[in-house]
Write a new protein. Structure first.
Length: 78
């Protein structure tokens, strides 16, 4: 495994737990990120979630899902 991937894995492992207000949104990011809209983010901000918190959790979940998919592909090849 390369060092950058190790760093990404460590970042994902140290991410804080998902706040309840973000659970449904983050599931959408995991399974069908292409459907996330500005309205989804605006609804979270309207519910009191900061844009920084939304960004940080979005990046962590997206990286984690990317790594999961990479591992699955490597497993098939390996």
């Amino acid at each position: 495994m390369t060092e950058p991937l190790d760093e990404l894995r460590a970042m994902v492992a140290s991410a804080p737990p998902e706040p309840p207000a973000l659970v449904a949104y983050l599931e959408t990011v995991r399974s069908r990120a292409y459907t996330v809209t500005d309205a989804d983010v605006a609804a979270l901000v309207g519910a009191g979630v900061s844009e920084d918190e939304i960004f940080e959790h979005t990046v962590a979940v997206a990286v984690a899902e990317g790594l999961r998919r990479l591992d699955a592909g490597l497993e098939v090849l390996g």
